[in-house]
Write a protein of this length. Sequence first.
Length: 494
Amino acid sequence: MAGEVRGLYIGGRWTVPSDRAHFTTRNPANGETVGEFVSGTPADVDAAIGAAQKAFPAWRDTPAPKRGELLLEVARILRGRKEALGRTVTREMGKVIAEGRGDVQESIDFVEYMAGEGRRLFGETVPSELHSKLCLTFREAKGVVACITPWNFPMAIPNWKIAAALVCGNSVVFKPASNTAQCATEVVAAYEEAGLPPGVLNLVTGAGGTVGNPLIEDPRVRTVSFTGGVETGREVYVRGAKGLKMVHLELGGKNPEIILDDANLDLALEGALFGAFGTSGQRCTATSRLVVQAGVYDEVLGRLKERLAKFRIGDPLEASTDMGPVASADQEAKVLGYVEAGKKDGERLLVGGSKLSGGAYDRGHYVAPTLFEARREGRIAREEIFGPVLALLKVRDLADAIRVANDVDYGLSSAIYTRDVNHAFEAVRALETGIVYVNAPTIGAEVQLPFGGVKNTGNGGREAGSAAVEEFTETKTVFLDFSNRLQKAQIDPR
Ligand code: NAP
């Protein structure tokens, strides 16, 4: 890579154009600079798409198992760097080091899973209604795809998109979140080192609109895979729709954990604490609502307060830290803004609700884990805060719990803690989310299963698992007639 400033990666070369502005990323735990990057321009986007388009035919025609082998090499490289990359994740966006390593492990798992897809990419063989006719489908690459990613899983989400797109034979232009540009360059470096041909993967860092808009609008880009906030997603969708593109959206969540009277409370509380305050609440699947049945409500509240009083908040690189900072000054302002709005709206603040200060806290963006006794109709209970804020809601019974759980605009993940198998299955059926956990927290996706949600969480697609192939391929349907005569479907006598 060129010099101190991390370059754009276009056509297999890292470049730092001399006339571009730069931006930096900072460690949210202490304000130190992590890296300096090129602010890409529409001209850079144009060059990156051009490089991807040029590289596409040869990559598409590379046998899929060979593409898979290259991914195995990427996984090997990532595994060899797991500790260093995990630390980079933690330094750049503040999640605790165990989760930083987890972010890298999820990348390794997914890249390996997708490597295997190189030997599957299954089509279908389907019977014909006519004699001597064979009907089958093939999966084909789409062409140049745009991958736009958020900062909260800065290794895993880029790899989810890039590895899936590449094994299917597409070429990629990658626009990462500006907050985690260092992680993005490390991801791309692994693919380069594994021997990916020039132009197959290109990276343009820079501001969302400046880089994102021309990328989405360019007619050479046929598919946009976007993960981020609902408002940005809506804008991306509209822009893509003008070009009749396939736009895959993975957006926010307002995920409930239901605790029924018959739950194992120890387990349910562990799940709630991990779900709500892991990654400082900045996961799309974070538990942001705890929906508790009346019979155990007071006990859950008391025990939560006790546990939160003992929470260790501090340096995310320290193994003993329970929760690190939020990811940026913007995140801090957003979360504290919600707390203030909640208080004004008459929500009952029970724990936290402030910026932590004094000593090392003053150098970073630390927000105390926060607990509200929330009103069902209030913003704290309904909007995605994306920080360490948990809304507690009391319910009468299972039916009431499901009503409350479903009464939001999002539908990504949900959890229910109960020992009653009927209640568990009733909840699985009734909860309006793409993912449901029984006796496990709302976070904890595994890469071999489809991931995504309903309502405003997206536009119906799924990532990961076998669904990843759907996102990045076209289906070609083929009819082979070996009857040696004209046969007419639907018209020939039956
Ligand atoms: P964001 O602000 O929407 O940004 C996401 C990405 O979009 C970033 O790369 C951003 O670039 C880019 N962007 C911004 N404006 C754009 C535009 N006009 N056109 C194209 N791209 C644009 O979201 P975030 O704050 O990074 O991430 C948090 C959100 O992501 C939360 O809502 C969370 O729930 C969601 N999320 C969803 C999933 C899921 O799978 N459902 C997973 C993780 C996160 P810049 O960084 O340069 O602004």
